[in-house]
Design a protein around this ligand. Structure first.
Ligand SMILES: Cc1cc2nc3c(=O)[nH]c(=O)nc-3n(C[C@H](O)[C@H](O)[C@H](O)COP(=O)(O)OP(=O)(O)OC[C@H]3O[C@@H](n4cnc5c(N)ncnc54)[C@H](O)[C@@H]3O)c2cc1C
Length: 490
């Protein structure tokens, strides 16, 4: 047996790190403050409704397949994937609703109907996105972000101009398309990266390739099936999970952590992998003289948004909704400014509705619908019940108008969730939902580092470090950090 590893947090990053290390012979225990695994992707059940609490878009299926393959398994050993068709719908107004088809040729036709010549443009655009995906997701994101030399791979340098790292995705998209609706459609996946399109490198048009070419998938039973699959695999490899076990402190001797403190008990360890929010571990668990970054450093970071979420149970079937629904009937630019430029509660927000009961009868009682409504909002805002209620009225009203039916009077279960809950449940910095924004100045080596030069056996993973926010990146982050730990342990 190699050394003992304590992993803080059972999110995707923590589980992936734990599994990778256990498979290589380490003695790994995951300490999780909550009563179940999954972190921001936990689930809860009430009144016969089963709610995924966080992620609902299963994109980049190859990343998950590659993860399970690494351990001699396949995704289908753990859960069943369904490809959604249409992938999603966009509601621009009551009269203008676009279904985004799964088949690429059908997407070309949709573009051509909106703007003459745009199907050919889309073909080129997606071809470039494919190149970026190959280089970015199959190569770059597995770098630990510790040295600029990682980016000096010869094949990368040759193709650097094709990656469009120094151009914003906003201007890049506008070079190809004129229609405001097409532009909005292509800018939407950037929301996953937690930054505004004008501050996001055009490298991330790889997300458009992920969206339109690789497709939108759904694990039958809900996104939590992925968490269950990952936990089962981890346990098969010998990982131990301890729930209701918040790590309260790190005990150091010289430049090494000797023990972690859990519920007042000191537990010896050889290595620590911190999968909890970076800022929490640094600023709250680590003694001040060992911290790598100052409070000012954190305060200056550009955070990805938080979210105001409503989990609703509805006692009838709803018309004119698909599994994924984007309500884009208001001004995207104004909402983006109210998140990033001048953080404030949005005037007239865009929002997203997931209705998984359209695909999966197990997530709601018969004849009912399960709704998850998400409004992206700035992190760090004052989160009052009255504010939540105001937005509930606003979005329900718009949903009723745009889908042409009553909904509010049929709501039989309702729970809201925002900044206060992110902080309480996950020790989230400023109540962020998705970690740090993937802006040009916060990409790769410019993110908070996975190592701390003052503490030789402490490693950070998760959405606040490389490669960034989202389920696939978090899964990759765990593997990257496990590899770095093993490399240094040699
Ligand atoms: C509402 C929402 C919707 C999203 N939608 C999508 C989507 O559709 N598709 C997508 O790809 N991504 C989506 N994301 C992003 C994605 O869910 C996250 O990037 C990812 O889950 C982060 O994983 P993580 O392991 O880095 O962190 P987390 O999931 O936050 O895991 C960290 C864990 O550490 C634990 N912890 C904290 N402090 C301590 C402590 N002191 N001791 C012990 N444990 C501790 C926490 O309880 C938590 O379990 C969404 C996120 C949210 C919040």
């Amino acid at each position: 047996m190699k050394g003992k590893v304590a992993v803080i947090g059972a999110g995707f990053a923590g589980i992936a790190a734990a599994t990778t290390l256990a498979a290589e012979g380490y003695d790994v225990t995951v300490y999780e403050k909550n009563c179940s695994a999954g972190g921001r992707a936990r689930k809860f059940e009430s009144d016969g409704f089963v709610f995924d609490m966080g992620p609902s878009w299963y994109w980049m299926p190859d990343v998950f397949e590659k993860y399970f393959n690494k351990f001699g398994k396949t995704v289908s050993d753990y859960y069943e994937l369904i490809r959604l068709d249409p992938s999603y719908q966009v509601l621009f107004s009551k009269k203008e609703v676009w279904n985004i088809p799964a088949k690429q040729d059908d997407i070309y036709s949709l573009f051509e109907r909106e703007e003459t010549g745009s199907s050919k443009q889309l073909e080129k655009f997606l071809e470039e996105g494919k190149y970026k995906y190959k280089v970015g997701v199959e190569n770059l994101v597995y770098n630990p972000g510790l040295s600029i030399a990682e980016l000096f791979d010869l094949s990368l340098i040759r193709g650097i101009f094709k990656l469009h790292v120094f151009q914003s995705i906003s201007s890049y998209i506008r070079k190809y398309f004129k229609s405001p609706k097409l532009i909005q459609l292509l800018e939407f996946p950037v929301l996953f990266l937690g930054a505004s399109p004008s501050h996001t490198p055009a490298l991330y048009s790889l997300m458009n390739y992920a969206d339109m070419s690789l497709g939108t998938w759904y694990p039958k039973g809900g996104m939590f099936k992925l968490v269950e699959g990952m936990v089962n695999l981890a346990e098969e490899k010998g990982v131990k999970f301890l729930f209701n076990s918040p790590v309260e402190g790190l005990v150091l001797s010289g430049n090494k952590i000797e023990a972690i403190t859990v519920a007042g008990r000191s537990i010896e360890t050889d290595h620590v992998v911190a999968g909890a929010d970076y800022n929490h571990v640094e600023q709250e668990l680590l003694p001040i003289s060992y911290r790598r970054y100052s409070e000012k450093y954190w305060d200056d970071r550009s955070l990805a948004p938080s979210s105001l979420i409503f989990y609703l149970g509805v006692n009838k079937k709803l018309d004119n909704l698909l599994h994924h629904n984007l309500f884009f009937d208001t001004d995207f630019k104004q909402h983006a400014d109210e998140i990033y430029k001048d953080p404030s509660w949005p005037t007239d927000p865009l929002f997203y509705v997931c209705c998984p009961s359209k695909t999966d009868e197990t997530v709601a009682p018969e004849g009912c619908e399960n709704l998850f409504i998400l409004i992206p909002v700035a992190s760090g805002l004052a989160d009052e019940d009255s504010t939540r209620e105001k937005y509930f009225e606003q979005v329900i009203d718009r949903m009723e108008k745009l889908t042409g039916q009553s909904i509010k009077s049929n709501v039989v279960y309702k729970k809201s969730y925002a900044h206060r809950d992110f902080i309480e449940n996950y020790n989230s910095y400023k109540g962020n939902a998705y970690g740090l924004a993937n802006t040009i100045s916060q990409t790769a080596n410019l993110k908070p580092s996975i190592i701390n030069k003052k503490v030789s056996n402490l490693f950070y993973t998760g959405q606040l470090t490389v490669p960034g926010p989202g389920v696939p990146p978090s899964l990759i982050s765990g593997q990257v950090v496990a590899n770095e730990l093993m490399k240094r342990d040699k």
